[in-house]
Design a protein around this ligand. Sequence first.
Ligand code: CA
Length: 300
Amino acid sequence: MDHDGGVDDFLAMMLLMTMAEVEPIGVVVTPADCYANAAVSVTRKILDLMGRSNISVAQSTVRGLNPFPPSFRRDCVIVDNFPILNEQDAIATPLVAESGQKFIVQALQTSPEPVTLMVTGPLTTVVEAIALEENIVTKIKEIVWMGGALKVSGNVEKEFALEQDGTAEWNVFWDPLAAKEIWETDIPIILCPLDITNTVPVTPEFIHQLAKQRRYPLSDLAGMCYALAIPQNYYCWDILATAYLGCPQYYSLEEQETDIITTGISQGRTVIKPGGKKIKVMTAVDRESFYSYCLKQLAC
Ligand SMILES: [Ca+2]
């Protein structure tokens, strides 16, 4: 998993780590929707809480073109100080010495089989890993990516980017060139764009159900994360993308030909374009089953 340290990323990682179907081989933190040190610290503490301190965490050192606003990025600093993550005297989950991009190279090279990359932040770290060792492309089975907005508006608002026309989604906008580079490879993409995440808001009912099971540490932590994030009009972005690994049967996928716009006022826009890269796009989800799945998985 390669996440970028937002509240939603932490929740997505928690969900991923509950999946019996998945064998995680490491977590990379890309410094986009976060401050890197705090996001890495939270990541390691959550893995400790889940008894998964055997999972390596690596800190990516890439930089994006269009930074996330500090008001988004500070969330990880708050989460890092949640009491539930600070009961122990020291963190057990290791932080590897290598950068996140080098860690991806090593993890793919040593894996006997091609690996699915679950990416809930920008694609920059994956691009930098490929730049270090081009032949790892053959070890990437697919990238499941929360990113893009195809037939709906983006989520980069004018107050954060004056020269953007409102069509871009943040994970693309942070580094449109990285997305474009991945689009120019043969790596299979399964995209979870805003078109589908717009259908799964974090509802008062979902919060209520989570609260009712807060005797479980993960539900308690998730509830606190949502309490922090909910003023931002919150949706299940990264979680919806990640849940696909555990319950693909709830999703409808369509093949679409797409491209990434890298310059001008639409930079960071993902477009449907005949002749563009063929990707699979998540177009619909069984909402009730999805919410129930999340609640069930977080009951531990
Ligand atoms: Ca994210």
